[in-house]
Design a protein around this ligand. Structure first.
Ligand code: ZN
Ligand code: MN
Length: 259
């Protein structure tokens, strides 16, 4: 019996046995997106996968292959589509990919899912994919599939944010490639972080609206929206501890698991 928490490393009989024993499927949602000059394009893949792996170990889950592409990057939350290396999906493509994989796993017996998002812009298109999957399954007579859908960064205590941001938290949107993501990468994959290339600039300022296409000068040239200076693996550990503890508790509550 393979003990891996990653479902792609199991054989099909092992997968079936784990599902019949009640395993929850975690589906991390990522992106291939610029993250400034100091971080790789796969930050939004590594971070939700790392969180899902740790939570799945806590609650007896399986981590499905992460979606490595996400919905389009936006100027005020991700830097935007114009940066070389950012490769995104249309909303319909993205939501239909989620629909297809949840439907197929549901047809094969999976009944509980956690969609764990790691890329800001995936939020609503992932709701659409989940809704379509559940509709497909109902059409097949399968009505007992339930799913949680969450953004991992929401699972942090005010005390941790106060410790990390003594001058005030800039907000999740501006955290793109900034202190939080850089610190979590220093925890999980320090080999991929070029600390010496962290931009020496503060928070971006945006009006509370968008213009399409973005006018000249609207995008942050570096692709970093707040300030990553001071990032550390220690900060990453504080965040990861909160994410794993609070998401595990939410999964136990949401699916009424014991323990
Ligand atoms: Zn990111
Ligand atoms: Mn992103």
């Amino acid at each position: 019996m393979v003990e891996s928490v990653f479902m792609a490393e199991l054989s099909w009989p092992e997968w079936e046995a784990r599902i019949q024993a009640g395993a929850i499927i975690f589906l991390p949602l990522g992106a291939t997106e610029q993250h400034g000059p100091h971080l790789p394009l796969n930050v939004d893949v590594i971070l939700p996968t790392g969180v899902a792996e740790r939570v799945a170990r806590q609650v007896g889950g399986l981590v499905a292959p992460t979606l490595n592409y996400g919905y389009k990057s936006m100027p005020r939350s991700g830097g935007g589509q114009s940066f070389p290396g950012t490769a995104s999906l249309d909303a319909a493509t993205f939501s239909h990919t989620i629909r297809d994989v949840i439907r197929d796993m549901g047809l094969h017996g999976a009944r509980r899912f956690v969609i764990l998002n790691g890329h800001f812009e995936n939020a609503w298109p992932s709701v659409e994919g989940l809704d379509l999957a559940l509709r497909d399954l109902r059409a097949e007579g399968i009505r007992d599939v339930t799913a949680m859908r969450l953004e991992y960064w929401d699972f942090v205590t005010p005390a941790t944010l106060d410790r990390i941001f003594p001058d005030g938290f800039p907000g999740t949107e501006l955290e793109h490639a900034s202190l939080i993501e850089t610190s979590l990468m220093l925890l999980l994959r320090p080999d991929l972080v070029a600390v010496e290339k962290i931009p020496q600039e503060g928070r971006a300022q945006f009006p509370p609206y968008d213009i399409h296409p973005p006018p000249p000068g609207y995008l942050r040239a570096s692709g970093v929206l707040a300030d990553a200076r001071g990032a550390s693996a220690q900060i990453g550990q504080w965040l990861m501890d909160d994410h794993v503890r609070l998401i595990s508790a939410a999964v136990r509550e949401g699916f009424q698991l014991g323990g």
